[in-house]
Design a protein around this ligand. Structure first.
Ligand code: BES
Ligand code: ZN
Ligand code: ZN
Length: 478
């Protein structure tokens, strides 16, 4: 899709179709031709779109003019054009833009996405061009074209990162193996000028990453510790992003019931988000040193499978009693977090589809933010909101921590109570965060929004690319 901005009156711009947003209930604006609605049920309701093919106009209802409403409106508009053969679309920009162009562009590009890699009959995007026309208005000066173009470019890079992550999440698990994921990372690095280092089993053994290794034991594919680096010349800060990259999670010997197992191809969503973020960070050339660290493996069964009752030695030296092999993400992350801390970053953010409990607590659309430092958590919450992602804090407390006690090891991989599972998982990770990093680390549980069966807003069914936009926004604010 090509997006373009012009300083021109809308009626001078040639396009197959014009998009008009209608604020809920406000059908009396002078740019709305009331006759268009004469015989139709349309009052500008949110989520409703009408297309007047013969007139070359379409209307999309939106809740308000805030960025997220625009994003949803643009996404819905483009989705509803799927069955039509319009090649170009135009819309007017009125008044102060303040980021509208970014929201609209993201809405279009995220809404347009579909996953058809495995369909024998491919879907087709007829629409090739969207033209924004910035019209003169009585209220003040127009925004500079250069500024708007920069915002458009930024939105394209962000949406590109999100769609890249979605593709990986949607890939079938026997195709996207840990080794293949590493190939994707190498390829991404090549194209975006990022350095990429991939380490296998030998390195993990040498590093004493016994927790990560144990999870990988039953897989025919070697575990892959993937490390991407964006290192500009004058970096303001150094950030480490750590991602759970379980290309499949069957539960292992503590095997999941079939209903819980399907969709576990999405258990590398944290890793996928990191790749999407790294792509955007490189494209935007953010003045930060960013390390993307991914623990990739799969949790399956086989003759070498790790077992409930095993005691593992983590990279940090702490021993872990395995009480449930389905709590594998935290084992992989424990070792990756310890690796990340040695790089001496200013902040460490991990991102993972870590617990079903996070989905129970927050619903499918909201990601959880956990950690010790209120300021850091607040800054992540703020970035999520600004970027259009839903998030909520899941607070630690002193009573949940003791539930991870083990009689035979330093810590157990599951708590003794089933309540508060998203928080106890966060507290488990916290055990592998050194004192000096306690307030510089946060954990994002994206188990809910990373993969949703039904479409929502501008998201398709399946992988959503959760975390990419919020982390990009957070990085930008550093
Ligand atoms: N990958 C799952 C978490 C998950 C569940 C992600 C649903 C997305 C949707 C994780 O590895 C897991 O299985 N966690 C267990 C932990 C339990 C054994 C303590 C869970 O949530 O049930
Ligand atoms: Zn699991
Ligand atoms: Zn998992």
């Amino acid at each position: 899709m090509k997006l373009e901005i012009r300083n021109q009156n809308l009626n001078q711009v040639k396009a197959d179709l014009e998009l008009i947003f209608v604020l809920k209930g406000k059908l009396d604006q002078n740019w709305i031709r009331k006759a268009d609605f004469k015989f139709r049920e349309f009052k500008g309701e949110t989520d409703k779109v009408i297309i007047l093919e013969d007139k070359g106009r379409m209307y999309a209802g939106i809740d308000s003019l805030d960025p997220e409403s625009l994003r949803i409106g643009a996404g819905l508009a483009i989705k509803s054009l799927a069955g039509f053969k319009f090649k170009s679309l135009k819309l007017g920009l009125y008044g102060k833009q303040d980021g509208n162009i970014k929201a609209l562009t993201e809405g279009f590009l995220l809404g347009e996405y579909f996953f058809d890699q495995y369909l024998t009959t491919k879907k087709k995007n007829y629409l090739k061009k969207i033209i924004f026309a910035q019209e003169e208005y009585s209220g003040g000066k127009l925004d500079s074209l250069a500024k708007l173009k920069k915002q458009l470019r930024e939105a394209e890079l962000i949406a590109g990162g999100v769609n890249y992550a979605r593709d990986l999440v949607n890939m079938p698990p026997s195709e996207l193996t840990p080794v293949k994921l590493a190939d994707f990372a190498r390829d991404l690095g090549k194209k975006n000028n990022l350095s990429v280092q991939v380490r296998g089993e030998k390195y993990l053994e040498k590093e004493g990453m016994g927790a990560f290794l144990a999870v990988s034991k039953a897989s025919p594919y070697p575990p892959q510790l993937i490390h991407l680096t964006h290192k500009p010349e004058k970096a303001k800060k150094k950030i480490a992003l750590v991602g759970k990259g379980l290309t499949y999670d069957s539960g292992g010997l503590s095997i999941k019931p079939s209903s819980g197992m399907s969709s576990m191809k999405a258990d590398e969503s944290g890793a996928s988000a990191i790749l999407g973020i790294m792509q955007a960070v490189a494209g935007l050339n953010l003045p930060l040193e960013v390390h993307g660290i991914i623990g990739a493996t799969e949790n399956v069964i086989g003759k070498h499978a790790y077992k409930p009752d095993d005691i593992l030695k983590s990279r940090s030296g702490k021993t872990i009693e395995v009480k449930n092999t389905d709590a594998e993400g935290r084992l992989v992350l424990a070792d990756c977090l310890s690796y990340a801390q040695e790089k001496n970053p200013d902040y460490i953010i991990d991102i993972a589809t870590l617990t079903g409990a996070a989905v129970v607590a927050l619903g499918e659309y909201t990601l959880g933010i956990l950690g010790n430092d209120q300021k850091l958590k607040d800054s992540l919450r703020k970035a999520a909101g600004e970027s259009g992602e839903l998030s909520a804090e899941l607070p630690f407390n002193r009573y949940l921590r003791p539930l991870l006690k083990s009689e035979v090891a330093d810590i157990s991989n599951i708590p003794s109570s089933g309540f508060g599972g998203a928080i106890t998982a966060g507290l488990f990770l916290d055990e592998f965060v050194e004192k000096k990093y306690k307030n510089k680390w946060a954990h994002l549980d994206i188990a809910g929004p990373a993969f949703v069966e039904k479409p929502w807003g501008y998201n398709p069914p399946g992988g959503s690319g959760a975390g990419v936009r919020m982390i990009q926004q957070w990085l930008k604010g550093l």
